[in-house]
Design a protein around this ligand. Structure first.
Ligand code: FES
Length: 104
């Protein structure tokens, strides 16, 4: 299992904001939704496009390539053309920073 990866200072990820961190080869999209932190793989399960390029609204992210939407809290695919959920990763707040890791 990999070590935790520092995403940014907690003060740099305010409600409604997002950031991308890399754990090895895995891009991870970390979001602050109303003070709760969530992380998913930054890769659409339709054609691997980066989800971080899309708009985040109402706890969902929309892939800019073909419009699939994912629930950022659960990873669930909400509409075609994506059908598989996006992997979720843990987030912790420690030492004034946000941390995540690919725990697969
Ligand atoms: S790559 Fe995301 S919807 Fe097609």
């Amino acid at each position: 299992m990999n070590d935790w990866v520092r995403v940014c200072a907690t003060s740099e990820l305010l409600p409604g904001e997002s950031a991308v961190a890399w754990d090895g080869d895995t891009p991870i999209l970390v979001v602050n939704l109303d003070g709760e932190f969530y992380a998913v793989e930054d890769k659409c399960t339709h054609e691997d496009f980066e989800l971080s390029a899309g708009a985040i609204d109402g706890g969902q992210v929309e892939c800019t390539l073909h419009g699939a939407r994912f629930d950022l809290r659960t990873g669930e695919a909400l509409c075609p053309p994506a059908y598989s959920p996006v992997p979720r990763f843990p987030v912790k707040l420690e030492g004034g920073a946000v941390w995540t890791r690919d725990d697969r």
